[in-house]
Design a protein around this ligand. Structure first.
Ligand code: 1PZ
Length: 215
Protein backbone atom coordinates (compact mmCIF):
# COMPACT_ATOMS: atom_id res chain seq x y z
CA UNK A 1 0.00 0.00 0.00
CA UNK A 2 2.67 2.48 1.07
CA UNK A 3 4.69 1.45 -1.96
CA UNK A 4 1.94 1.95 -4.47
CA UNK A 5 1.18 5.32 -2.87
CA UNK A 6 4.82 6.27 -3.31
CA UNK A 7 4.64 5.35 -6.97
CA UNK A 8 1.60 7.51 -7.63
CA UNK A 9 2.15 10.77 -9.43
CA UNK A 10 1.05 13.98 -7.78
CA UNK A 11 1.47 17.32 -9.52
CA UNK A 12 1.53 19.16 -6.20
CA UNK A 13 4.50 17.10 -5.07
CA UNK A 14 6.47 17.93 -8.22
CA UNK A 15 5.64 21.58 -7.70
CA UNK A 16 6.99 21.39 -4.13
CA UNK A 17 10.26 19.83 -5.34
CA UNK A 18 10.87 22.52 -7.92
CA UNK A 19 9.93 25.14 -5.35
CA UNK A 20 12.47 23.83 -2.85
CA UNK A 21 15.19 23.70 -5.47
CA UNK A 22 15.56 27.50 -5.45
CA UNK A 23 17.78 28.92 -2.72
CA UNK A 24 17.23 32.49 -1.47
CA UNK A 25 20.22 33.48 -3.65
CA UNK A 26 18.50 31.80 -6.59
CA UNK A 27 20.90 28.91 -6.70
CA UNK A 28 19.41 25.60 -7.80
CA UNK A 29 19.74 22.61 -5.48
CA UNK A 30 20.43 19.54 -7.57
CA UNK A 31 18.87 17.20 -5.01
CA UNK A 32 15.47 18.85 -5.27
CA UNK A 33 15.78 19.35 -9.03
CA UNK A 34 16.32 15.62 -9.34
CA UNK A 35 13.39 14.92 -6.99
CA UNK A 36 11.18 16.97 -9.28
CA UNK A 37 12.21 14.77 -12.22
CA UNK A 38 11.73 11.63 -10.22
CA UNK A 39 8.17 12.75 -9.54
CA UNK A 40 7.63 13.31 -13.26
CA UNK A 41 8.96 9.84 -14.03
CA UNK A 42 6.08 8.47 -11.94
CA UNK A 43 3.71 10.19 -14.35
CA UNK A 44 5.56 8.77 -17.34
CA UNK A 45 5.40 5.29 -15.86
CA UNK A 46 1.66 5.53 -15.46
CA UNK A 47 1.22 6.31 -19.16
CA UNK A 48 2.10 2.90 -20.51
CA UNK A 49 4.93 1.05 -22.21
CA UNK A 50 5.27 3.41 -25.18
CA UNK A 51 6.74 5.91 -22.73
CA UNK A 52 9.19 3.39 -21.32
CA UNK A 53 12.16 4.54 -23.40
CA UNK A 54 11.63 8.13 -22.28
CA UNK A 55 11.28 7.13 -18.65
CA UNK A 56 14.42 4.99 -18.89
CA UNK A 57 16.48 7.91 -20.16
CA UNK A 58 15.09 10.28 -17.52
CA UNK A 59 15.87 7.74 -14.78
CA UNK A 60 19.39 7.25 -16.07
CA UNK A 61 20.04 11.01 -16.13
CA UNK A 62 18.71 11.50 -12.60
CA UNK A 63 20.81 8.55 -11.46
CA UNK A 64 24.01 10.03 -12.90
CA UNK A 65 23.39 13.25 -10.98
CA UNK A 66 22.48 11.41 -7.76
CA UNK A 67 25.69 9.40 -8.04
CA UNK A 68 27.73 12.60 -8.24
CA UNK A 69 25.86 13.93 -5.23
CA UNK A 70 26.67 10.81 -3.24
CA UNK A 71 30.32 10.67 -4.36
CA UNK A 72 33.28 12.13 -2.48
CA UNK A 73 32.84 15.26 -4.62
CA UNK A 74 29.22 15.45 -3.47
CA UNK A 75 29.46 18.89 -1.84
CA UNK A 76 30.50 20.38 -5.22
CA UNK A 77 27.30 19.03 -6.67
CA UNK A 78 25.01 20.69 -4.14
CA UNK A 79 23.84 23.32 -6.63
CA UNK A 80 23.90 23.69 -10.40
CA UNK A 81 26.11 26.74 -9.92
CA UNK A 82 28.68 24.89 -7.80
CA UNK A 83 28.64 21.90 -10.18
CA UNK A 84 29.35 24.10 -13.20
CA UNK A 85 32.21 25.82 -11.38
CA UNK A 86 33.68 22.56 -10.10
CA UNK A 87 33.51 20.69 -13.40
CA UNK A 88 34.85 23.60 -15.43
CA UNK A 89 37.65 24.43 -12.97
CA UNK A 90 38.73 20.80 -12.98
CA UNK A 91 38.24 20.28 -16.72
CA UNK A 92 35.69 17.53 -16.19
CA UNK A 93 33.51 18.53 -19.14
CA UNK A 94 33.85 17.50 -22.81
CA UNK A 95 33.33 20.90 -24.33
CA UNK A 96 33.51 20.22 -28.09
CA UNK A 97 33.02 16.53 -28.64
CA UNK A 98 32.34 13.44 -26.60
CA UNK A 99 35.58 12.19 -25.11
CA UNK A 100 36.71 11.37 -21.61
CA UNK A 101 33.63 12.67 -19.78
CA UNK A 102 30.57 11.57 -21.77
CA UNK A 103 28.50 11.65 -18.60
CA UNK A 104 29.59 14.87 -16.94
CA UNK A 105 27.14 16.53 -14.58
CA UNK A 106 26.96 19.58 -16.86
CA UNK A 107 25.94 17.69 -20.02
CA UNK A 108 23.58 15.41 -18.12
CA UNK A 109 21.78 18.31 -16.48
CA UNK A 110 21.64 20.10 -19.84
CA UNK A 111 19.50 17.24 -21.20
CA UNK A 112 17.03 17.61 -18.33
CA UNK A 113 17.17 21.38 -18.68
CA UNK A 114 16.09 21.12 -22.33
CA UNK A 115 13.31 18.76 -21.29
CA UNK A 116 12.21 21.31 -18.69
CA UNK A 117 11.55 23.75 -21.52
CA UNK A 118 9.30 21.15 -23.16
CA UNK A 119 7.52 20.62 -19.84
CA UNK A 120 6.95 24.31 -19.34
CA UNK A 121 5.48 24.70 -22.85
CA UNK A 122 3.33 21.59 -22.50
CA UNK A 123 1.92 22.50 -19.08
CA UNK A 124 1.15 26.03 -20.22
CA UNK A 125 -0.80 24.62 -23.18
CA UNK A 126 -2.58 22.22 -20.86
CA UNK A 127 -3.42 25.04 -18.46
CA UNK A 128 -5.01 27.22 -21.13
CA UNK A 129 -6.66 24.36 -23.05
CA UNK A 130 -10.36 23.72 -23.50
CA UNK A 131 -12.11 20.52 -22.51
CA UNK A 132 -11.93 18.78 -25.87
CA UNK A 133 -8.45 19.97 -26.87
CA UNK A 134 -6.10 17.10 -27.61
CA UNK A 135 -3.29 16.38 -25.16
CA UNK A 136 -1.36 14.64 -27.95
CA UNK A 137 -1.38 17.81 -30.04
CA UNK A 138 -0.36 19.99 -27.08
CA UNK A 139 2.44 17.58 -26.30
CA UNK A 140 3.62 17.36 -29.90
CA UNK A 141 3.58 21.12 -30.46
CA UNK A 142 5.51 21.74 -27.24
CA UNK A 143 7.99 19.04 -28.26
CA UNK A 144 8.49 20.39 -31.78
CA UNK A 145 9.12 23.83 -30.35
CA UNK A 146 11.77 22.63 -27.93
CA UNK A 147 13.33 19.19 -27.44
CA UNK A 148 12.77 17.91 -30.97
CA UNK A 149 15.55 20.18 -32.26
CA UNK A 150 18.01 18.21 -30.15
CA UNK A 151 16.80 14.72 -31.07
CA UNK A 152 17.61 12.55 -34.08
CA UNK A 153 14.91 11.26 -36.43
CA UNK A 154 14.36 7.90 -34.73
CA UNK A 155 13.71 9.42 -31.32
CA UNK A 156 11.43 12.07 -32.81
CA UNK A 157 9.41 9.33 -34.51
CA UNK A 158 9.17 7.16 -31.39
CA UNK A 159 8.22 10.16 -29.27
CA UNK A 160 5.60 11.15 -31.84
CA UNK A 161 4.07 7.69 -31.66
CA UNK A 162 3.99 7.71 -27.89
CA UNK A 163 2.23 11.11 -27.89
CA UNK A 164 -0.68 9.62 -29.87
CA UNK A 165 -1.38 7.25 -26.99
CA UNK A 166 -1.74 10.02 -24.38
CA UNK A 167 -5.02 9.98 -22.47
CA UNK A 168 -7.62 12.58 -23.41
CA UNK A 169 -7.61 15.80 -21.40
CA UNK A 170 -10.13 14.85 -18.66
CA UNK A 171 -8.33 11.55 -18.06
CA UNK A 172 -4.96 13.29 -18.08
CA UNK A 173 -6.23 15.75 -15.48
CA UNK A 174 -7.24 12.76 -13.35
CA UNK A 175 -3.69 11.41 -13.56
CA UNK A 176 -2.41 14.73 -12.22
CA UNK A 177 -3.97 13.72 -8.93
CA UNK A 178 -4.80 17.17 -7.56
CA UNK A 179 -8.59 17.25 -7.65
CA UNK A 180 -11.10 18.95 -9.90
CA UNK A 181 -10.10 20.32 -13.31
CA UNK A 182 -10.29 23.82 -11.77
CA UNK A 183 -7.81 22.77 -9.11
CA UNK A 184 -5.50 21.28 -11.74
CA UNK A 185 -5.59 24.54 -13.69
CA UNK A 186 -4.89 26.42 -10.47
CA UNK A 187 -1.83 24.30 -9.59
CA UNK A 188 -0.61 24.55 -13.17
CA UNK A 189 -0.87 28.32 -12.85
CA UNK A 190 1.61 28.12 -9.97
CA UNK A 191 3.82 25.45 -11.52
CA UNK A 192 4.47 27.05 -14.88
CA UNK A 193 6.02 30.34 -13.66
CA UNK A 194 8.14 28.39 -11.20
CA UNK A 195 9.47 26.02 -13.87
CA UNK A 196 10.04 29.08 -16.02
CA UNK A 197 12.19 30.68 -13.31
CA UNK A 198 14.27 27.54 -12.73
CA UNK A 199 14.70 27.19 -16.48
CA UNK A 200 15.74 30.81 -16.94
CA UNK A 201 18.35 30.72 -14.18
CA UNK A 202 19.94 27.57 -15.63
CA UNK A 203 19.75 28.92 -19.17
CA UNK A 204 21.58 32.12 -18.22
CA UNK A 205 24.23 30.24 -16.26
CA UNK A 206 24.87 27.82 -19.13
CA UNK A 207 24.91 30.65 -21.63
CA UNK A 208 27.41 32.61 -19.57
CA UNK A 209 29.77 29.62 -19.55
CA UNK A 210 29.08 28.64 -23.13
CA UNK A 211 27.66 25.26 -22.17
CA UNK A 212 24.40 25.24 -24.11
CA UNK A 213 25.70 22.96 -26.87
CA UNK A 214 27.58 20.37 -24.83
CA UNK A 215 27.82 17.13 -26.83
C1 1PZ B 1 3.26 13.49 -20.83
C2 1PZ B 1 3.97 13.00 -21.99
C3 1PZ B 1 5.39 12.82 -21.81
C4 1PZ B 1 6.11 13.08 -23.04
C5 1PZ B 1 7.57 13.29 -22.85
C6 1PZ B 1 8.10 14.23 -23.89
C7 1PZ B 1 9.54 14.24 -23.98
C8 1PZ B 1 10.02 13.38 -25.11
C9 1PZ B 1 11.44 13.06 -24.88
C10 1PZ B 1 11.94 11.93 -25.69
C11 1PZ B 1 13.20 11.42 -25.07
C12 1PZ B 1 13.61 10.15 -25.66
C13 1PZ B 1 14.58 9.32 -24.93
C14 1PZ B 1 16.03 9.62 -24.99
C15 1PZ B 1 16.58 10.64 -25.40
C16 1PZ B 1 18.03 10.97 -25.28
O1 1PZ B 1 18.73 10.64 -26.46
C17 1PZ B 1 18.11 12.46 -25.01
C18 1PZ B 1 19.50 13.02 -25.13
O2 1PZ B 1 20.35 12.44 -24.21
P1 1PZ B 1 21.76 11.83 -24.72
O3 1PZ B 1 21.43 10.76 -25.74
O4 1PZ B 1 22.50 12.98 -25.33
O5 1PZ B 1 22.41 11.29 -23.49
N1 1PZ B 1 17.58 12.72 -23.70
C19 1PZ B 1 16.80 13.78 -23.42
O6 1PZ B 1 16.53 14.59 -24.27
C20 1PZ B 1 16.25 13.88 -22.03
C21 1PZ B 1 14.82 13.48 -22.06
C22 1PZ B 1 14.21 13.51 -20.71
C23 1PZ B 1 12.74 13.36 -20.86
C24 1PZ B 1 12.03 13.55 -19.60
C25 1PZ B 1 10.58 13.63 -19.85
C26 1PZ B 1 9.82 13.74 -18.58
C27 1PZ B 1 8.38 13.79 -18.87
C28 1PZ B 1 7.59 14.23 -17.74
C29 1PZ B 1 6.18 13.87 -17.93
C30 1PZ B 1 5.25 14.91 -17.60
Amino acid sequence: MADSENQKFCLQEVLESFKSCLSPEKEIYIEHYVSGWKGLVKLLNSLGSLFGFISKDAVSKTQILMNFLKSENGPHYATVQSMVKFELDNKLVDVDKKGIYPESGCRTLLRLHRALRWLQLFLERLRTSKEDDKTSVMCRDAYNESLAQHHPWLIRKSAGMAFYSLPVRPAFFEVMNVGTPEQVVDVLGKAVPLLCEVYQITEELYQKHNLLDLP
